[in-house]
Design a protein around this ligand. Sequence first.
Ligand code: PZK
Length: 298
Amino acid sequence: MPDLPLPLVARGKVRELYAVDDDHLLLVASDRLSAYDVVLPTAIPDKGAVLTGLSVWWFDQLADVVPHHLVSARVADYPQVLQSHAAALRGRSMLVRRLAMVPVECVARGYLTGSGLADYRATGSICDVPLPDGLEDGSRLPEPVFTPATKAVVGEHDENVSFGAVADAVGRELADELRRVTLEVYARGAQLAGERGILLADTKLELGHDADGVLTLGDEVLTPDSSRFWPANGWQPGRAQPSFDKQYVRDWLSSTGWDRTAPGPELPDEVVDRTRAKYVEAYERLTGSSFEDYLRGA
Ligand code: PZK
């Protein structure tokens, strides 16, 4: 990752957040890929740029639903101290407004899988929202549901919580607003992705308040790392759905007998190349624009 002359504010599994000034942060997405919760030793070239390019495009698509934190993703607009780091930042970074983040992971689900499926099997509900009997892994839900979670400490999974728990934590008014915005973002994302042959199973948003107190969309949005994208033509409830972006990696990892403990094996070139192509395909199918053009403009 780039060694930037800025204070590191936070480090996620595959990206980093730096302080630029009192009002701005720089979000940098790496090419690292996580599979079965382990960050693999082999990077996928341009993955960070694809995810950043998708976020930038979605922020614009969603601007009438909710304001966003993006200031610019063009290195030429960044402060002078970053200009010598242009090559390391181009395409994969966003200059954003600093927000007061709401301490809730805002998740919307249109299909049942992952922790939602686990909760449904245990209780018949997710986050206290009752669901009909007979749903399976990958089932489409009768309507999309807001399934908030609280951020876990590093290394642990977020914990699904009820709407009532969110209201107790942040107030009923803000809880209502989080649910409304999250479901609207999901609906817009699912509609658009669906038109391009991609199912948006679920998505996780991070929201915060800007300096004027306006609820604002932060972080990355509707990327394959914050959402589950499934090829629509491979959808078949009753089994784990193929991942749009990571399926070659998962299939190859399974074929090795790897026990899913860190560090994980190096990926062969063919798996890297095919996976890179899936990320670029996701960018181009969703946005209708050339990924090379995005990189040239960043
Ligand atoms: C913020 N994160 C999560 C993201 C990490 C961690 N605009 C903002 N203002 C204030 N805080 C955040 C943001 C944003 N986005 C986001 N944590 C704080 C996160 C990326 C890498 F290590």
